[in-house]
Design a protein around this ligand. Structure first.
Ligand code: VG1
Ligand code: CO
Length: 553
């Protein structure tokens, strides 16, 4: 029996689609796959069916949040979800105006308004458009991505689904704010900026940040024609008084203006260029499609995401009012550089190591074990929401610059002098033949036990394993989260396949070498032997015709 209330609810017969298992961060496919009749509907219904029990069997008292990053098909998907959520009996639906909500904003809205959960429409840093990518992700009551126990239930549902519920109702005008009824559900179109701005105001000293800009400092923020445009324009230029023109590419476009909305040195090349030279602004930053990633730049200076996390942890208590009580703990995903571990040690707090993907931080944050967390993939965040948060990281950096009076480069060099430096790079090999990549990974995994003692990169493998994780809060376990090679000289290489792509396979090779040398070395040089050693070990050229990565970050 499916409980629902009134209205002309329709039960539409359907049958399963293959491959609707959520990956590292929700379900991502080519947009045209999502546009296939029933594809989105099946997944959404499977989410509702999977979590109805958590609502006591009935959504009649519950609120659902819906919004996305504005990419192609965002609006159509919102309309589908409005009808389905009404047919499934939600009391209230909170929808971002124009269907827009950044990922961290969805998290903020869920938490501040006591919602039951939320659906985020985004394929994040993947390009958008009819021939590019679309995605959907479910977040739970704590505002964070559903844990694997939930996503596996959703997946099981997609494999046996026979019907979905919807109702006949014209499209809701998404341009207006305010409330309308759809069936018996109240649909409230909310200002996408309001909750998020309030959370930022609660953490940061806006007066001090205004002063930073008032005293002549300049910054550039590249929204990459994606969702952070309106947020950044409102916060940086509006509230903090950064000069007009600070925000580049500030209008969200369905195809991101043809950009790849991934804030790294390759895809944010325009910003990188404008941040070089003596006349460049003091501070540069960019966010990804859905606003949860961040790139931090100084004048002619790139801050590696692992260093950014470490620097934020180092300065949070002294520079940001929201953390003046200090940090309870820190957390990073396994492949992320160990820079933050040393800061945690210095602060006398614990640092947790989790599998890749933000969902694994949720329990640590909920339990008060960690306050800040981050990933090497340009993701940083804290317990203020349950998603990584790009603009939050930007405001953290602004606070550090304003309070210390140092430049971006000086802040990082001070950090290296104090803690030493993790020389770090991630090499991505995109669009590999999926079968060949799987075969390579299983080959490496099988050979792990024999690797200890073998020579690699002028050193020797000390130990090699596959990362597994037991959640310290609920005891849930996750295995096969990446291959780790630890060398006798203290360096480390990690290998894993991406779980967010939509075509072929992407191999990620993470390289790290720690040196207590004040950070003066050249990253390419320091990592050179390890890079070559791993490429040879994996026989990349032989397998894939090239051993040159597509993207280095
Ligand atoms: C990548 C990153 C991971 C991140 C995930 C979602 O996953 O490596 O750190 O959490 O993307 O980020 P994968 O499986 O492709 O390596 V986002 O900004 O795309 O939601
Ligand atoms: Co993202």
């Amino acid at each position: 029996m499916t409980p629902f209330r009134g209205g002309n609810v329709q039960t539409v017969r359907t049958s399963p689609f293959e491959g609707q298992r959520p990956g590292t961060s929700g379900l991502r496919k080519k947009t045209r796959v999502f546009m296939h009749p029933g594809y989105l509907e099946n997944f959404v219904q499977s989410v509702f069916d999977a979590v109805r029990g958590d609502a006591g069997g009935d959504f009649g008292a519950e609120t659902l949040v819906v919004g996305g990053d504005g990419r192609f098909y965002n609006r159509e998907a919102v309309q589908v979800i409005i009808r389905m959520a009404a047919a499934n009996g939600f009391r209230t639906l909170l929808v971002g105006r124009a269907g827009i909500l950044s990922t961290p904003a969805v998290s903020a809205v869920i938490r501040r308004r006591n919602a039951f959960g939320g659906l985020v429409l985004s394929a994040s840093h993947n390009p958008g458009g009819p021939d590019e990518d679309f995605g959907i992700k479910y977040n739970t009551r704590n505002g964070g991505p559903a844990p694997e126990s939930v996503t596996e239930r959703v997946y099981a549902g997609t494999q046996s689904i026979t019907r979905y519920l919807t109702l006949e109702h014209p499209d809701v005008d998404l341009e207006r704010e305010g409330s309308v009824r759809v069936g018996e559900t109240e649909v409230v179109r909310i200002d996408p900026l309001e909750d998020y701005t309030a959370v930022m105001e609660g953490l940061f000293d806006f007066d001090a940040l205004r002063e930073y800009f008032a005293s002549g400092h300049r910054m550039l923020f590249d929204a990459m024609s994606a969702v952070t445009g309106p947020y950044a324009t409102h916060l940086l230029e509006g509230r903090l008084g950064a000069r007009a023109g600070t925000v580049l590419n500030g209008t969200p476009l369905p195809d991101f203006g043809g950009h790849h909305p991934d804030p790294n040195l390759v895809y944010a090349a325009e910003l990188v260029l404008r941040m070089s030279g003596r006349e460049a602004p003091d501070f540069g930053a960019a966010c990804d499609g859905d606003g949860d990633r961040n790139l931090i730049l100084g004048r002619d200076f790139f801050v590696s995401p692992g260093d950014s996390l470490a620097v934020i942890a180092e300065h949070a208590r002294d520079c940001i009012p929201g953390y003046r009580e200090g940090l309870a703990g820190a957390a990073r995903s396994m492949p992320t550089s160990t820079a933050v571990d040393r800061v945690a040690e210095g602060l006398g707090i614990k640092c947790y190591e989790t599998p890749t993907g933000w969902k694994f931080f949720g329990n640590l944050l909920d339990a008060g074990l960690a306050t800040v967390c981050g990933e090497e993939s340009f993701g940083t965040g804290s317990n203020h929401v349950r998603e990584k948060d790009g603009l939050w990281a930007v405001l953290c950096w602004l606070s550090i610059l304003a309070k210390t009076g140092r430049s971006v480069e000086e802040v990082v060099r001070d950090h290296w002098r104090r803690f030493g430096r993790s020389y770090y790079q991630r090499h991505d090999y995109e669009a590999l033949d999926a079968a060949a990549a799987d075969e390579m990974m299983s080959g490496v995994t099988e050979s792990l036990h024999g690797l200890a003692g073998t020579p690699l990169a002028g050193s020797r493998v000390e130990r090699a394993d596959e990362f597994g994780y037991t959640d310290p809060v609920d005891g849930s376990t996750t295995s096969r989260q990446g291959v780790r090679l630890f060398l006798e000289d203290g360096s480390r290489a990690v290998l894993r396949l991406s779980g967010t792509g939509t075509a072929g396979a992407t191999l990620r090779v993470y390289l790290e070498r720690y040196r207590d040398d004040g950070g003066a070395g050249d990253v390419e040089e320091v990592l050179g032997p390890l890079t070559r050693g791993v490429r040879e070990m994996l026989r990349l050229r032989e397998r894939f015709g090239t051993d040159e990565p597509t993207v280095v970050t």
